[in-house]
Design a protein around this ligand. Structure first.
Ligand code: 5GP
Ligand code: ZN
Length: 114
């Protein structure tokens, strides 16, 4: 997708600090971490938001959850705990219109909604 920041990260024209990659999913460190561990889990395919998920994407979403679980182990937060967050739409503060989950942990996290 032209002009999509995360599509550019997928194709490599914008660099990222990768944690995991396979044919369908990429995990990389957030450029402005909100906690000691903050990575983004994205599909390589452009899906703008949760609102744009189709039933054919369900297997992909399952894979992303499994990869989140493995990433939490790899980054040492599986036992201490973490959050997996998706922002969808303006009120959530979604800034990048390419579906992504934030995996955040490594310290005690504050209240989710203020
Ligand atoms: P959103 O607010 O859309 O849920 O989250 C977008 C996230 O992408 C933010 O946490 C932001 O720090 C991160 N981000 C924005 N631009 C870049 C970038 O160029 N590289 C990386 N690694 N993360 C980015
Ligand atoms: Zn995209």
């Amino acid at each position: 997708m032209d002009n999509c920041l995360f599509c550019k990260i997928v194709e490599g024209s914008i660099p990222s600090n990768k944690v995991y990659e396979d044919e369908r999913v990429l995990v990389f460190h957030d450029i402005q971490p909100a906690a000691p561990v903050h990575v983004l889990i994205i599909p390589k395919k452009h899906i703008a938001s949760m609102n744009d998920l189709a039933s054919e994407d369900l297997a992909l979403i399952s894979e992303m959850h499994r990869i989140a679980q493995e990433t939490a182990k790899q980054l040492g937060v599986a036992d201490s705990g973490y959050r997996l967050i998706n922002n969808c739409g303006p009120d959530s503060g979604q800034a990048v219109a390419h579906l992504h989950y934030h995996l955040i942990g490594g310290s005690k996290l504050g209240a989710l909604v203020q």
